[in-house]
Design a binder for this molecule. Structure first.
Ligand SMILES: O=c1[nH]c(=O)c2[nH]c(=O)[nH]c2[nH]1
Length: 296
């Protein structure tokens, strides 16, 4: 006999833009996000017995995503995701868990003649601020916040030597290389008991996001990196120190290689080591280095 061992369903890729207008000053704020909402609960019969009785249509979920964005703040995204998830539990007795993911795009305010413009913005890179929120009747609210797609490069201040050398090794050791990666940093919060508890401590989310972004860039820029591994561990350690309510921090960093090109075959051109100026950026293969650091 087959058993339905797990099931969740909902709406993905719901794109929402909210404009908040301060009538007094005429200043607007724009938040553009993509929402995914998947529900769990007593929904097995819809899979096993073609019984749609327990099914809240995914189309209704899409409508709910818009309505909750109208009725509530959409930032910080942790709050909006928790409000939306809690709504499904409050409204439908047979739904036990709501999984809400939100990805927020960057709309950075324009500066015109040195002054912040009240209603004009620009897309300031592909980086996104993301949250994954699980609102559960039994377990409270679990939140993972993250920064994704932040592309960084440093042209010196990175080394890699002392690694295994054997009959499989061709990579030379280096004391000075280009280091580039696309930051995927996430921090998992200690479980939050209720939506009210989350509301009561709302400032921690923006602060942790700002701290994580600053720590990531400052550590990347200032450290003479011995390896991606050692640098990301240091970033995790600093974020844990800055955000006491965070339980663990994770990074997933692709090593975007820039290879030196030996041009000595052409009139003895010097282009390696201290003379390296022209590099060949690699699309792949690339290293991929991951870690999670928790409190001991
Ligand atoms: O920082 C690095 N870590 C590695 O594990 C590795 N492996 C590699 O080929 N280059 C690098 N760089």
């Amino acid at each position: 006999m087959p058993v339905l061992s797990s099931a969740r369903y909902g709406k993905d890729n719901v794109r929402v833009c909210k404009v908040q207008r301060d009538e007094a000053t005429g200043t607007h704020k724009v938040t553009e996000m993509t929402v995914c909402c998947l529900l769990e609960g007593k929904i097995d019969a819809s899979y096993t017995h073609a019984d749609n009785g327990p099914v809240v249509a995914t189309d209704s979920m899409k409508n709910t995503i818009y309505i909750k964005a109208k009725e509530n703040p959409v930032d910080p995204p942790e709050l909006y995701a928790a409000i939306l998830g809690q709504h499904f539990l409050d409204k439908y007795a047979h739904i036990n868990v709501a999984n809400v993911n939100v990805e927020v795009k960057r709309w950075t305010r324009m500066s015109i003649d040195g002054k912040p413009h009240p209603h004009s913005f620009y897309r300031d890179g592909d980086e996104t601020r993301n949250v994954e929120v699980r609102v559960s009747r039994a377990d409270g609210i679990d939140v993972r916040s993250s920064i994704a797609g932040l592309l960084v490069l440093k042209s010196t201040g990175s080394q890699f030597h002392g690694f295994v050398r054997d009959e499989y090794t061709t990579l030379p050791e280096t004391w000075d290389r280009i280091l580039s990666t696309e930051i995927d940093a996430s921090w998992k919060w200690k479980t939050i008991p209720s939506l009210q508890a989350l509301r009561d401590n709302i400032a921690i989310f923006d602060k942790a996001y700002d701290d994580a972004r600053t720590i990531t860039m400052k550590t990347f820029a200032e450290e003479d990196s011995p390896s991606v591994q050692a640098t990301m561990y240091k970033m995790c350690d600093k974020i844990l120190e800055a955000a006491p309510e965070v339980a663990s921090v994770s990074y997933a960093l692709p090593n975007k290689h820039y290879f030196e090109i030996d041009l000595s075959w052409h009139k003895g051109l010097k282009n390696t080591g201290k003379d390296a100026e022209v590099y060949a950026p690699q699309s792949g293969p690339n290293g991929l280095i991951k870690c999670e650091v928790s409190r001991s």
